[in-house]
Each structure stands twice: as C-alpha cells, then as structure tokens.
Ligand binder design. Structure first.
Ligand code: KG4
Ligand code: ZN
Length: 355
C-alpha cells in the first residue's frame, strides 16, 4: 500500500491530504482564505503567503490525524511547485522538503494542472480510459489536453486571454457579486434566463483555442446600460477593507446577465471539448479545475459528449491536496521522484506548446 501525503499552497487555499494508491482519500483538509481575500475583491499575494505560513503546520497535522496514520506509515511527500503565486508555493515546497528529508521519504514535485486532472482518479471506482481529452478550467488556466496515458500530455488548445474562471470572477465583480465570481454567478444564474441577452461566442474557427475577452466586454457594456451603480469599471481598484458587495440575485437584469454569460462560456467550452473528443478518438472526456464545479458545465458536457464523461466530485474540483497526492502516485509508479533542489516555478507549464 502506498500512502502519500500531498501538500498544496499554490493559491489561496492551504491544503494537505493523505491518499492511498492514488485513489483512496484517507483525509483531505483545506483551509480556505476566501473570506480574507473577499474584502479585496481578489487574491492579495502577500496576505496569501503569510496566511499559508500560519496554517500549513496545523493543516498537515489535521490531515494526519483525520487519516489516522503515523508519520512512519507514509511512502512519500508530494507538493505542488507550480504554477501559482511564488510566495505561496514557497511555503508548501519548503515544508514538504523538510518533512521528506526528516522522514527519509521520497519527495515528489507536482504540476498543479496535472493535479487537477488527477482529481478524476479519486474515489470514482471505474478508471478513466485512455486516450482521453481533458478540459482544465480553473482560475488561472483554460487548457484542452489530450492524454495518451499517464503523464503523456499533448496541448490541443488554450485560452488566448483570460482563463475561464478569471472571466467568471471578473464578470462577477462587474455584477457586484462577491468573490469568487464563479459560484456567485452560478447561484445568480439560477434565477435568470440564459437566452435573455445575446452574448458573443469566440469560436476561433479551426482551432481549439479559447478567448473570453469579447464576452467579458459585452457583459461590461450591458452592466453599464442596466446597472450603472454596480459597475466599478475595469481599471478601478476593489474596495480594500470595505464590506463585501451585496448579492442581488433577485434583480432580473443581474440574474439574466449571469445566466446569459454562463451559457455563452459553457457553450464554447463544451462544443470544443466534444469536437476534440471526436477528432482524436477519445474514449473518455474529463473535466478538471475549479470551474468544473459549475453545474451548468457539468450538465451540458454530460448531455453532449460523444463518449463517457468523468468529472471529479465537487471537493476535488477546487483546490485541494488529495489531487496532488494522486498525481504523485502515478509519477512514483513511473519511477520518478524529485531532487532536493526542487524549486517553485510560478509559470510552470504542463505541456510546452501545441505540437
Ligand atoms: O482550481 P481552482 O480552485 O483554483 C485555481 O487553480 O485557479 O479554481 C478557482 C476558480 C475561480 O475562478 C472560481 O471562480 C472558479 O474556479 N469556480 C467556478 C465555480 N466554482 C469555482 N466557476 C464557475 N462555477 C462554479 N461553480
Ligand atoms: Zn487549482
């Protein structure tokens, strides 16, 4: 039995987890900083790294207690070393090194995007079948990836501007919804009509790339038209220290705009993913990353995919460390481990470039 302690401090969640054989989660502890960053309307990097420092030891101890395992039972220590915020990543990487060194265990540095993909191996029973196509949609990434086997990635397309989650967050802020915008837009959209506003879809014919700047600008224009008081403008600073913006989901233009924006983003993501699955003869379609928590995206991809779809349970979509431990299991199985010179790589990529 392989028991891996996973650690992730890449963004605004301090996370530790113990996972058996890359699939069975014994514990998964996440200390979220979302309430702290909400008052700034986004992540404040210096605050994030200081918060990681405060939380990391108790979070790791809690993961070990929840799992009911002794330090001596661990097989390896895995940690996200990029992509992410440098100061935040540093906390996790240094703690992981110290632990692995003192316990004389192998250290495994993991790419955060790969970790998100491996959320699909957690607690699902039936394994995803290769070759597969995976849509990774998070706050920092929108990538369509072909996977021929474990660790064998090919980039089919990526966003040319904002990540999908970033677009949700920005439009959420425009609508006066609280941070993070993704879940807030999904909630607001429940009271609205997805056909209320015609928002542009960037099809970028002949490519699997994405672009969300057009739909974002169109949303901004509509906000100006319907809710001039809610528009803080693209260049203005969020209200540091101010109260969280009010959530006005009963306001019809807000609900309709949220629903129309969500529909525009989901339609393009789903269409391109399904087309890639057909073109590349995928046997499975995977979703991964924070935006994969979106109910409308989950339902639409299930409805339209030509092949079976796998989507991580909600808790393994947004940032956590169980996904890091899972990815590390497959790396270790392939005979890989990382040297003590492991460093943070804020701009780390999973696949260098499109082929
Ligand atoms: O994967 P994640 O937790 O962190 C990164 O690695 O970026 O993703 C966070 C992103 C945020 O942009 C958040 O707004 C978005 O995922 N998100 C959602 C939903 N839940 C989280 N977007 C749309 N609908 C959701 N339900
Ligand atoms: Zn993430």
């Amino acid at each position: 039995m392989t028991l891996i302690l996973g650690i992730d401090t890449s963004c605004d969640e301090t996370a530790a987890a113990v996972v058996e054989d890359g699939r069975v989660v014994h514990s998964n502890v996440v200390a979220s900083q979302v309430d702290i960053h909400r008052r700034y309307g986004g992540i404040f990097p210096e605050v994030a790294s200081r918060q990681h420092l405060l939380c990391i030891n108790p979070v790791i101890e809690q993961a070990m207690v929840d799992a009911g395992v002794e330090w001596g039972a661990l097989t390896a220590v895995a940690v996200t070393h990029g992509p992410g915020l440098a100061g935040s990543l540093l906390v996790g990487v240094n703690v992981a090194k110290g632990l692995a060194w003192s316990l004389r265990l192998p250290l495994v540095g993991i790419n955060h995007i790969e970790a998100h993909i491996y959320g699909n191996w957690l607690a699902q029973g039936h394994e995803p079948e290769f070759p597969l196509v995976c849509l990774v949609v998070s706050g920092g990434h929108t990538e369509l990836i072909h996977m021929a086997g474990h660790g064998r990635y090919r980039l089919l397309g990526a966003t040319l501007d904002d990540a999908a989650g970033e677009a949700f967050d920005k439009v959420g802020r425009l609508l006066g919804l609280p941070y993070p915008g993704g879940p807030a837009i999904e909630q607001a959209a429940r009271g609205g009509m997805p056909t209320a506003f015609k928002l542009p879809r960037a099809w970028l014919a002949g490519s699997y790339d994405f672009s969300f700047s057009g739909v974002k600008t169109a949303a901004l224009r509509l906000v100006r038209k319907y809710q001039p008081e809610a528009d803080s403008g693209p260049g203005t600073k969020p209200r540091a220290g101010g109260p969280p913006a009010p959530l006005v989901i009963r306001d019809l233009p807000t609900a309709n705009l949220a629903a129309s924006f969500q529909a525009a983003v989901v339609e393009v993501l789903v269409e391109k993913t399904c087309r890639a699955a057909e073109e590349y003869g995928a046997r499975t379609v995977l979703l991964a990353g924070g935006v994969a928590a979106n109910g409308s995206l989950r339902a639409e991809i299930e409805r339209l995919s030509p092949v079976p779809v796998r989507i991580p349970a909600l808790e393994y979509c947004t940032d956590n460390a169980a996904i890091v431990a899972s990815a590390a299991f497959f790396r270790l199985q392939a005979g890989e481990q990382t040297g003590w010179d492991l460093d943070v790589v804020p701009g780390l990529r999973l696949v260098a470039d499109r082929e």
